[in-house]
Design a protein around this ligand. Structure first.
Ligand code: HT7
Ligand code: ZN
Length: 871
């Protein structure tokens, strides 16, 4: 089928003034009565096109009269109906089978409950409707179901009435006064435990809050509830946005294709992002729960009150909402640590996407399958564009522009142009060039070269930008790139210098052309430049510094991000140097690097979360991005060598860190999590010394008071593989873990993925064992991801095994998943996105598997990824 194009957008010719839905819920035969009132809004179109997929039509009537068969036509995509002139009341009754819906899009069953997922195009699997985000209407919903099996009946908006129907059945009516697009519709029916609380909004309205979870899990909802209340309060304080319904509900489900969904007033979550306590969740889980709860809540304004005109504008809601949740996390936790983690994620996922065959613009101008547009580029790069915009126009203009956007587009479906126009009216900076960031794909590389003139006391920094060709975009234009910049003396002192007559110790350089000079004055001696501080622009930087300058900066820089970045660059350089020359001893550069790490570690030990990041070496996945014909096994071996050298040098302080454990009640705070992160980093380094610390790590596993510590010890034991008794610790620990957690699926997902991410000689056999484990379930996305995505996305050594078995293993899984869940199989297929970066033998193996997938006549979602990967 031809792609959907941005230029083909046409407004819908009918207005839907009101929707009333009636659900008669039965697992295999649910009846849906849909009553839409409306009128034609323009044109003479007699035909009304409604989307519909997998629906059994029962009846159709207009203004109370059955529509004769010749007046409508049903196609696999929907229904076209001849409409009379004027106002209409269109009633359509359909039947669906939630129980057999394994795609998890539309109305489906999870754990014996009814639930929905309608973004992006799931509503058309529930009833015939103009399933597009620019058709907004208020919805009333009535549902009835068996009373014992489904005691809770929930939908969007406010509860209106509920009651019994005879002895066995009951009903509930919900009304959502805010006009919304169909993708925000939600319905849930089932039995739950409920965790309740309330929040008083800034105008004094007390709003009941509830989280619906599996029976027995309500204690594990306390953290999500706390995160929700903090989000509600933060959005009022920072963005002036208040909640707008009488209730707010969250439901946790076991089977879900994504993290969560922002349905109006009724967020539906993957249970993995709701449930947490110290015993069952890691600190990373707590962090993810906090940010996802916030993200979905923030959508209430950025996405729900103001929605997208069409799916090309997806970044309008997603980029802005990710930016908001990142700012929230930065305010709740450490700003610098949050920023570093966000940048790690951006580089490893989005930069990789931008560098391969799946590269696309933040707002692309065509797509084949909308489900495949929920990407790191739309989300993470989309958030970076918002952050960059704020840097470019300043805080005052940024918030004035946002307020103008909220005021102008509330209740409407908007575009990126609408957003940028609102911003433009608040700033003198010309944003026309900035808009190019939305349409141009690929990551720009900025190259810097500085020349000091002793006599003129100037420092001329020449900056160049280059973006390589990406699919469909061979030629690139220059983008405005804001780079926060400081100059340091050779001894590492930050200099106050002048740029364009303005004295400052940090300047904002805006690189607008392909090449530009920036002349700093009052610079008495040759300085060292520090560029892109705080990662002010999402670019790759070739800064032209030597490692001695970089070490001097890393030791002196007061910007934690710049300090961390300097050390990471040093680490990357030494790792690439060592892997190029495996036999060399690299003594001098190694010892200079280890001294720099040790010094930074000692200096930052009072901020353990940051110190943990100092000890973290770039991953194989990150290193691959800097190479052509990359060899992951070789990079892994080099990385182990470097980690071993660090561990040997810092053994004393690492052991002391490992021996520390907080006592008393579990504390999920960022400070306590930081201490555990440091302990995990130390354990990971020490595990490289194999037998020397294996007993200590095994002991630490057995006595771990929290899941974070248990899992970091388990991960470290995966690294101990020497054939001796300690080589068996990993399997012994896994056995104990399984015994303890076999009845808790979210925890067992960790058990599956720790093995899928391990680099051990028996990895292949282990993966096959995991897939035939009685608890492995191809229908449950969390479980499939725990094995297949953990392996293909987080175990580059195994996935890119030289003989191609990793590619074959993933392909076998994709072939099995596709018939059940195309969105999931497409997502797994993206693991092939970098296949052309590897050695020719690996490329041949990957291509063979991609061709196998191509020949298998898979879903449109998977086929879209396969076709682009092979192009
Ligand atoms: N806006 C939500 C997107 C989403 C989704 C997309 C495709 C298939 C299933 C999905 N579940 C949720 C999530 C968010 O960004 O908040
Ligand atoms: Zn979102």
């Amino acid at each position: 089928p031809p792609p959907v194009r941005l230029t083909d957008y046409r407004p819908y010719p009918f207005v839907i003034k009101h929707v009333h839905l009636d659900f008669f819920l039965e697992p295999t035969k649910t009846r849906v009565r849909n009553k839409m009132t409306g009128k034609r809004s323009f044109g003479e179109h007699a035909l009304m096109n409604l989307d519909g997929e997998n629906l059994k039509l029962i009846s159709i009537a207009i203004n109370g009269l059955a529509v004769p068969e010749e007046e409508y036509e049903i196609t696999p995509e929907g229904i076209s109906i001849h409409m009379p002139a004027g106002e209409f009341c269109l009633e359509i009754e359909t039947e669906i089978s939630p129980e057999t819906n394994t795609q998890l899009s539309g109305l489906y069953m999870s754990g014996g409950r009814f639930c929905t997922q309608c973004e992006a195009e799931g509503f058309r699997r529930i009833t015939y409707y103009p399933d597009r985000p620019d058709v907004l209407a208020p919805f009333d919903v009535r549902m009835e179901a068996d009373k014992d099996a489904y005691p809770y009946l929930l939908s969007n908006g406010n509860p209106v009435r509920s009651g019994n129907i005879g002895t066995d059945r009951h009903f509930a009516i919900w009304s959502d006064p805010h006009p919304k697009p169909s993708y925000l519709f939600a319905l849930v029916a089932g039995d739950f435990d409920v965790y309740t609380d309330s929040f008083t909004t800034m105008s004094g309205k007390e709003t009941p809050l509830a989280i619906y979870v599996d029976k027995g899990d309500s204690d594990r909802s306390a953290y999500a509830m706390d995160a929700l209340k903090r989000s509600m309060s933060w959005d009022e304080d920072v963005f002036g946005r208040e909640y707008d319904l009488d209730v707010f509900n969250i439901v946790a489900v076991r089977d879900f294709n994504f993290g969560a969904m922002e349905n109006k007033g009724l967020n539906i979550f993957n249970a993995a992002y709701v449930l947490a306590d110290g015993q069952t969740a890691t600190d990373a889980d707590f962090e993810a729960i906090e940010s996802i709860v916030a993200h979905e809540y923030f959508h209430n304004w950025t996405g729900n009150r103001i929605t997208c005109r069409d799916w090309f504008q997806l970044c309008l809601k997603e980029g802005l909402t990710v930016y908001r949740d990142q700012e929230f996390s930065a305010d709740m936790r450490s700003r610098s640590v949050t920023r570093i983690k966000d940048v790690i994620r951006l580089r490893s996922r989005q930069f990789a996407e931008d560098a391969g065959p799946l590269a696309h613009a933040v707002r692309p101008d065509e797509y084949a399958r909308i489900d495949n547009l929920y990407t790191a580029t739309v989300y993470e790069k989309g958030a970076e564009l918002i952050r960059m915009l704020r840097v470019l126009i300043g805080d005052t203009a940024f918030f004035a522009g946002l307020n103008r956007y909220f005021d102008s587009y509330d209740g409407k479906a908007a575009t990126i142009e609408d957003f940028l126009n609102a911003m433009q009216l608040s700033t003198s900076e010309d944003l026309r060039n900035f808009a190019r960031w939305y349409s141009q794909s690929g990551t720009p590389t900025v190259t810097a070269k500085g020349v000091h003139d002793t006599i003129a006391r100037t420092y001329t920094l020449t900056l160049k930008q280059h973006t390589s060709a990406t699919p469909g975009q061979p030629d690139k234009i220059a983008l405005p790139i804001p780079l926060k910049t400081a100059l340091f003396s050779g001894k590492g002192r930050r200099l106050s210098t002048k740029l364009n007559g303005q004295a400052n110790d940090e300047h904002l350089l805006i690189l607008r052309d392909f090449e530009q000079d920036f002349v700093f004055t009052d610079v008495s001696s040759a300085p060292i430049h520090s560029l892109n501080r705080g990662f002010s622009a999402p670019v790759r930087l070739v800064d032209g510094l030597n490692d001695a300058n970089r070490s001097a900066l890393a030791a002196a820089d007061n910007d934690p991000f710049a300090q961390w970045e300097g050390l990471q660059t040093l680490a990357r350089n030494i790792l690439l140097e060592m892997s190029k020359d495996e036999d060399g001893d690299h003594k001098d550069s190694l010892s200079a690097f280890i001294d720099a790490i040790d010094e930074a570690y000692t200096a930052t030990i009072d901020d353990p979360a940051f110190a943990a990041l100092i000890l973290r070496m770039p991953t194989v996945g990150e290193l691959i991005l800097d190479q052509k014909d990359a060899d992951p096994s070789k990079l892994h071996a080099t990385r182990l060598k470097l980690k071993r050298a660090i561990a040997r040098h810092m053994q004393g302080s690492l052991v002391a860190t490992v021996q520390h454990s907080d006592t008393g009640v579990f504390d999920p705070s960022a400070a306590a999590a930081g201490r555990r992160a440091l302990k995990a980093a130390a354990i990971d380094l020490l595990s490289g010394l194999q037998d020397e610390h294996a007993d200590r790590i095994y002991e630490s596993f057995l006595s771990a008071p929290t899941m974070t510590e248990k899992l970091s010890a388990l991960n470290a034991l995966a690294n101990v593989e020497n054939g001796g008794p300690s080589g068996e610790y990993f399997d012994k620990a896994l056995l104990a873990f399984e015994e303890e957690w076999k009845d808790t699926p979210i925890v067992m997902d960790k058990w599956f993925s720790v093995q899928a991410m391990s680099i051990r000689a028996d990895l292949r056999a282990r993966l096959h064992r995991l897939c035939s484990h009685p608890d492995f379930d191809f229908k449950n996305p969390n479980r499939v991801r725990a094995v297949a995505a953990a392996f293909a996305m987080n175990n580059p050594v195994g996935f890119h095994a030289p003989d191609g078995w990793g590619y074959e293993f993933l392909t076998d899984i994709i072939l099995k998943v596709d018939g059940l869940n195309p969105a999931l199989s497409a997502r797994l297929t993206t693991s092939f996105e970098s296949w052309r970066r590897f050695s020719p033998d690996r490329q041949a193996h990957a291509e063979k598997q991609l061709r196998r997938l191509d020949d298998a006549n898979l879903s449109k979602n998977a086929q879209d990824i396969i076709t682009r990967a092979l192009a």
